[in-house]
Ligand binder design. Sequence first.
Ligand code: GLN
Length: 557
Amino acid sequence: MTKHIFVTGGVVSSLGKGLTSASIGMLLEQRGLTVRMQKLDPYINVDPGTMSPYQHGEVYVLDDGSETDLDLGHYERFTNSVLTRDANYTTGQIYLKVIEKERRGEFLGKTVQVIPHITNEIKDCISRLATDDVDVVITEIGGTVGDIESQPFLEAIRQFALDVGKENCLYIHLTLVPYLKAAGELKTKPTQHSVGLLRQIGIQPDILICRTERSISDEDRQKIALFCNTPFEAVIEERDKDFSIYEVPLSLVDHQLDDLIVRRLNLSAKELNLDNWHDLLHRLRNPECEINIAVVGKYAEHRDAYKSIYEAIDHAGICNRAQIRVGRIQSEEISREGPERILSGYDGILVPGGFGERGTEGKVEAIRWARERGIPFFGICLGLQCAVIEFARNVANLKDSNSTEFDKDTQHPVICLLDEQKNITDMGGTMRLGAQMATLTPGSKVQNAYEATTVSERHRHRYEFNNVYRQQFEAHGMTIAGTSPDGALVEAIELVDHPWFVAVQYHPEFQSKPTKAHPLFDGFVAAAVERRNKRDTNVVEPHIANETSTTDEFSIE
Ligand code: GLN
């Protein structure tokens, strides 16, 4: 019988519910259990694919092409849980399914209502993951308890225990225990209120995970236990991490969370083995060098916009024993101030994916800077497209080159739309999406990095390298390092006379893990480390205005 864990959040959003859920999944896997993870999002968009990165952060793409919430990235980085489109449902998807059934006449004669029709649909989405081979399904409910739009989800998970038996379900509530300077103490009242709201709808949390900046005294834990009707041992402290998000699971183990879950759900689990996790934290804590990487994107100020990219850079830092300072650079700034002022002192430059014309000229300038100075460069999706435009204009002498995404009438459409994309009018879910195979060119840097000739990588784009220019570019020193298996689509390019100038049409960042960095990020960072070791020690360190740190998101201070 598959067991279910439901994770809800209270008091405020941004408490790190996704990271906590992922950490729980990881701990249960390290105890030998098979885990599936899922996020239910209360917003009405059918998926986050058409939401602005300002609103929602990055869109995380799965193998099957579903465009999902960025928390699923945490799930994949922390666990081996197989994620498919069943791993992320929104209110929009749930209603769409119910309305389609209604149109087909499946409820003929009945009034279609939130209870039971919407709640049944939600319960079906949860049950779908509970296959025979799965020990535990972890379902995270997005939003905060008390939100109007979360109500149907909370009602559905309440009913779920009635359907499958209380002993097979565990409710974990993540809450905030703030420190009030004026009073000089931690306050438990917001937690009491948030649990009160849950109990009003019939959910008694079994475990409370209390996010806090400071250690919670036993006295405060007793108080929370008493007011929230939860055993003392199930009031778990979860403090800010000032070093790495990868410390989160270890601190949960310090408070015996894994034991508690195993006991409560009566799971037969092995002893915990966290050797690989300790090893990665040891490497993080003991770097052998420090390098600076510039990520030149459209949304520099927003740290969630390129979340998986920052994570993948971190992973490559772990395997190269390098502490990486990442500068988030707005590409328009490069157009305004020139690349020298902004990019001097960086050991590597990465241009990530993106949509729309704004900022692309600054990216092209950054790429030129990297190419001409032999600075390691890594282009991803739009980053490849900008690298092709830069190469066309400045190496192949095709002055008016562009992508037809930015200039429909360009004289040299070196990046253009595929015929099958030309007549598409719907924006949602209509790109080239999900895992596709690529064949790599023997002897190329890309092929050497992977140590493989065919790879599967995730895609999310409409525009493609225009094959009309292929031979011309090759004649000027560009290597086509990877194509689709039929050779029709360019998947990777690189430059022969450059230490590391690699760009790919797909998104390698979605398959990088802290315990196993992606080979191309590994190669890029290794090249940056090499450059650093060789470079003039008098070079001025860049002023990193928007330095990113993956611990930011696990801090409530
Ligand atoms: N806008 C480009 C395209 O649609 C690149 C997309 C991306 O970087 N994800 O092809």
